[in-house]
Design a protein around this ligand. Structure first.
Ligand code: UDP
Length: 382
């Protein structure tokens, strides 16, 4: 007998879809293989120090989507937060994203905004349609800044030459010709005061939602439901039958100090000779709290083996054919919708994930009302 609708995975995608459909009166089951909700946004308080730990790397909520901002604020109190990142390169510390301070410090100049703009433009390589990360960087900041701040970090982060990474990854970071060093351009930026896991628990707190933790999912289990929302890896749904899509995983090496150790929340390391990409001083992600103790994570990107947690879909240009096979297989399924960063194999931020989950839930409701097929993907991966 059919059991209704199942959502596999209790990260943002799964929680928002479950909530929206429960609010519409549907009975929802959320199955999560881990022993907590929150997916890779999981936070919890350290038993020893009380510091809120971002277990899977620093997560800062930022968006230009006012509906999404209002949505998350419905479920948790948010603290205003300003994210400023530094990067260590060749024994100097610079401000990121690249701004006038970075440019003047790096080149030993005291240029005004218009001078710096012309100076950088003169260094840029003429590449009309950049086809990859490296070309996008050379076309917009030139070789010197690219070599110092992006090439080494990107090789460490992605484990391949930057020519194999999509140009869109470079465009995530703004380039500024003023002294604004805020990491994000978005108008709404904040941190859930009690962390992301508490926020997601609150989204899932509904009488029509049952959450089952620590439960792996098999295809036989899924077959007993009327519809599945799948937020796990796209290739994982098909038991990797055509081969494994590339993901990067992360290793976090924790160490403990006292006082203010790093001086900021996140320090990147651009040099390829430094094995980790960044260090996060966890308590600085909640600057309204006071802790003498400090917990830090050095973050190293690694290839994602079968037993590792996938974080970043690599979307390497040479994997497009493999991805196309999985997209085709997904489109041949019935009663399944693939959503989220892993389900659609796209490098999307939390706010985009929530927007797409809201839209997918609405599309599902309208499809069932009109007796048409629900969407296979929240957004098609290709
Ligand atoms: N990046 C870099 N140097 C840096 C920071 C970022 O080369 O100091 C590149 C790198 O390829 C990274 C991408 O820019 O994957 C996006 O950076 P972002 O900070 O958005 O990454 P996330 O926080 O999502 O890991």
């Amino acid at each position: 007998m059919a059991k209704g609708i199942v959502v596999v995975g209790a990260g943002f995608s799964g929680a928002v879809i479950a909530r929206q459909l429960a609010d519409a009166g549907l009975t929802m089951t959320v199955i999560e293989s881990r022993d907590h909700v929150g997916g890779n946004c999981h936070t919890s308080r350290d038993a020893q120090t009380g510091i809120l730990l971002h277990h899977h790397g620093p997560h800062i909520f930022h968006t230009g989507d006012r509906d999404v901002w209002n949505y998350v604020n419905r479920f948790a109190a948010f603290h205003p937060y300003r994210h400023a990142v530094r990067t260590t390169v060749a024994e100097n510390v610079y401000s990121l994203p690249i701004n006038l301070q970075t440019i003047n410090q790096f080149f030993g100049t005291a240029m005004r905004s218009d001078e710096a703009r012309a100076f950088i433009a003169a260094q840029c390589v003429d590449i009309p349609n950049p086809a990859n990360f490296e070309e996008a960087a050379l076309a917009s900041i030139g070789p010197a800044l690219y070599e110092a701040f992006f090439r080494g970090y990107t090789v460490k982060q992605w484990g391949c030459p930057p020519t194999e990474i999509p140009a869109a990854v470079f465009r995530r970071l703004p380039l500024r010709f003023n002294y604004d060093d805020s990491y994000f351009d978005h108008p709404y930026i904040g941190m859930p005061t009690d962390g992301y896991t508490a926020l997601i628990e609150s989204i899932l707190d509904h009488p029509l939602i049952t959450v089952q933790l620590g439960q792996p999912m098999t295809q036989a289990d899924l077959a007993t439901y009327d519809h599945t929302f799948w937020t796990g890896p796209l290739d994982g749904f098909f038991d990797h039958q055509f081969g494994r899509l590339g993901y990067r995983s992360l290793r976090f090496d924790e160490f403990r100090e006292r006082g203010d150790w790093l001086g900021c929340a996140v320090m990147n390391f651009g040099d390829e000779t430094v094995p980790y990409t960044r260090i996060t001083e966890q308590k600085h992600l909640a600057p309204w709290e006071n802790h003498d103790a400090s917990v830090l994570y050095a973050e190293t990107a690694i290839d994602c083996g079968p037993n590792d947690v996938p974080y970043y879909p690599t979307r390497r240009l040479d994997q497009r054919e493999l991805l196309a096979r999985y997209v085709e297989a997904a489109e041949a399924t019935s009663n399944t919708t693939f959503v989220g960063r892993l389900g659609t194999y796209r490098y999307i931020d939390m706010d985009v994930t929530i927007r797409e989950a809201l839209d997918t839930a609405a599309a599902y409701l309208s499809a069932t009302a009109n007796r048409t097929c629900p969407p296979v993907f929240s957004v098609r991966p290709l």
